[in-house]
Design a protein around this ligand. Structure first.
Ligand code: SF4
Length: 274
């Protein structure tokens, strides 16, 4: 592993195999590639084409915000982020603070002790390896290098690392959380058993330039229509593309207009964290 100066840094081995979108390797089958394009087109038709904001957050901000978003919903995650920024004027101040105080500050986001501990460890490591609280050097690294570096940190999985690449570095990477994993399987884009497998499989079939749009629209689609427990199959614009065995049963049920489950709001779109 490298540091900001390009010299070797030794740390714990990477836990996962990283595969990011590559046009030269792992070419998608034409049928699957066309299906992805059809789905992207239908989603844009129904929900518009998401455009990535020009102003992007700093990579370290994005990393901590994404970490805070784990296992909670958008609202509480954002509140935890605001509390942290309000309480501490800099990352240095966070690094100097006792873990229990950080935990108290981010309490609203859940898993306060675990997250506080991880934030401290991440900041300490970045300070030790980079010399300051800044991940700006990732801008000069390839997608693979940036993913490897981020996901080698404790508590940073592939989804969190991919979110930093997309929302802060503007890279062509497709983050996969449990919801996108569910949708990709229901739509027959992959046949996988966990989000990490889906990330590796789907990265090869996302059309160049579409990762952000498909990611954001799938999140919106999962929130509004293809909900985890009560999908609105009767009004789904992707019904014909879907391979979910229970879709006919759900389509026959009267669509329930309210009663969103806890999981239905557990989605994150991290465009701005500042
Ligand atoms: S038909 Fe139902 S299960 Fe399939 S994608 Fe649409 S909402 Fe989801």
């Amino acid at each position: 592993m490298w540091n900001v100066c390009g010299s070797e840094i030794r740390h714990s081995p990477v836990r996962v195999k990283i595969v990011v979108t590559s046009r030269s390797r792992n070419r998608p089958t034409p049928l699957l590639a066309r299906k992805v394009e059809r789905i992207a087109s239908v989603l844009e038709e129904h929900m518009g084409k998401p455009v990535q904001p020009r102003r992007k957050s700093a990579p370290l901000d994005s990393l901590i915000a994404t970490l805070l978003s784990q296992n909670t919903n958008d609202r509480n995650s954002h509140r935890a982020w605001l509390h942290l920024k309000r309480e501490y004027p800099s990352w240095e101040a966070v690094a100097d603070a006792p873990t229990r105080m950080i935990a108290k500050t981010i309490e609203v986001g859940g898993l306060k002790n675990q997250k506080a501990k991880r934030i401290k460890l991440i900041l300490e490591r970045i300070r030790r390896e980079v010399g300051r609280y800044d991940l700006g050097f990732l801008k000069t690294k390839s997608n693979e290098e940036a993913m490897q570096y981020l996901s080698s940190m404790k508590g940073v999985g592939m989804k969190t690392a991919a979110c930093v690449l997309v929302f802060s570095l503007g890279r062509e990477v497709f983050p996969v959380d449990t919801h996108i994993h569910r949708l990709c399987n229901r739509l027959g884009l992959v046949q996988t058993t966990n989000a990490e497998q889906t990330f590796n499989a789907i990265s090869t079939v996302i059309p160049n330039g579409s990762a952000y749009s498909i990611h954001v629209n799938l999140i919106r689609f999962g929130r509004k229509t293809c909900r985890s427990n009560n999908p609105l199959c009767s009004t789904c614009p992707l019904f014909d593309e879907c391979v979910y065995p229970d879709k006919v049963t759900h389509a026959a049920m009267a669509a329930r207009p309210s009663g969103r489950s806890k999981r239905d709001v557990d989605f994150i779109i991290l465009n701005h964290v500042s």
